[in-house]
Design a protein around this ligand. Structure first.
Ligand code: MTE
Ligand code: MO
Length: 313
């Protein structure tokens, strides 16, 4: 990857957020593509795809949480298709082939379609979203994603009235994914959302983070991000999106229904059978934080009005 920092700023003086902003501004000034070309570096994306991402403005939405170091975001991962240890996806996922890539959207809609990833990158204006992320295992991060609202894509295919849920299926490739020979999950990894959750403006399809394209370990080339739910809802490397009438099965629910419910909203009052959900370890911090209901995204509470969150975990 092409990473440059203005030479006049000492790394110790700046926060990660300032660092990546400075880096991006620098890249914009010097012409990221020209620089890459001159240095003879290979960009994983085509020039046109990289240019789309380089134009994304940093997020101006207020979130006082400090972003997690980019190095941690890209080296401490869950992506079981590439191994169950946190360092394995970064080591093994380089084999993931992200071009050509298509995402099929079908099911209960009037305009089912198969999109090439190049078209999805330009499908809706890409935005940066700085989101708190909370894994059910008890760690959390703050990640500046780049993506677009899932609602834009769903509206384009014109969901039918009977469509109540959205199912996400991710890549299954025995040749490049060493983890799928172990029957930990019923591969391919699938996830699901209720239609109103999928249409919520916080729900995005991410194609990048920290102003750069997603690396394989983070779910390249396109993955779901639903910040008020536990991390496993955020399906990586999506190939198929299907609109359904019935609640779809999800990989973790099928593997252990008593541990992983369909909703999986972050909730400090409902413990996982093996892990308390009251507190969390923010990667890069020493003292634990209290976990917040809906991961602090109070604006989604209305989606669950009247529901027993202990039953619908
Ligand atoms: N296809 C797929 N998607 C996946 C997973 C996985 O194993 N396979 N792990 C999930 C879990 S448990 C978490 S916490 C997040 C981690 O995302 P990150 O590594 O980008 O932080 O990805 C989710 N998406
Ligand atoms: Mo997770």
């Amino acid at each position: 990857m092409l990473i440059r920092r203005p030479a006049d700023i000492a790394p110790s003086e700046i926060t990660p957020r300032e660092l990546y902003r400075a880096r991006r501004d620098f890249m914009a000034r010097s012409g990221r593509l020209a620089l890459a070309g001159a240095a003879g570096l290979a960009l994983p994306w085509t020039s046109a795809d990289a240019a789309v991402l380089a134009n994304v403005q940093p997020n101006r939405m207020a979130l006082s949480d400090k972003p997690t170091r980019q190095k941690d975001v890209t080296s401490y991962n869950n992506y079981y298709e590439f191994g169950v240890d946190k360092d394995e996806p970064a080591k093994n996922a380089g084999t993931l082939k992200t071009r050509p890539w298509t995402v099929t959207i079908d099911g209960l809609c009037n305009k089912p379609r198969r999109y090439a990833i190049e078209d999805l990158l330009k499908f809706a204006p890409l935005e940066e979203r700085l989101y708190r992320m909370r894994c059910v295992e008890g760690w959390s991060m703050v990640i500046p994603w780049v993506g677009f609202p899932l609602s834009a894509l769903l509206r384009a295919v014109e969901p039918q009235g009977s469509a109540k849920f959205v199912e996400f299926t991710t890549l299954l490739d025995e040749k490049t994914m060493p983890g799928v020979k172990y029957p930990i999950l019923d591969w391919p990894y699938t996830e699901g959302l209720r239609m109103d959750e999928a249409l919520h403006p916080l729900t995005i399809l991410a194609v990048g983070l920290y102003g750069e394209e997603l690396l394989p370990q983070n779910g390249a080339p396109i993955r779901l991000v639903v910040p008020w739910k536990y991390g496993f809802k955020n399906a990586k490397s999506i190939v198929h999106i299907r609109l359904t009438e019935k609640m779809p099965g999800t990989a973790w629910n099928k593997a252990a229904a008593n541990e992983y419910g369909f909703y999986s909203n972050v909730n400090p009052n409902v413990d996982h059978p093996r892990w308390s959900q009251e507190t969390e370890r923010r990667i890069g911090e020493l003292t634990k934080r209290k976990t917040l209901l809906f991961n602090g995204y109070d604006e989604v509470a209305g989606l669950y009005a009247g529901m027993d969150l202990k039953k619908n975990f």
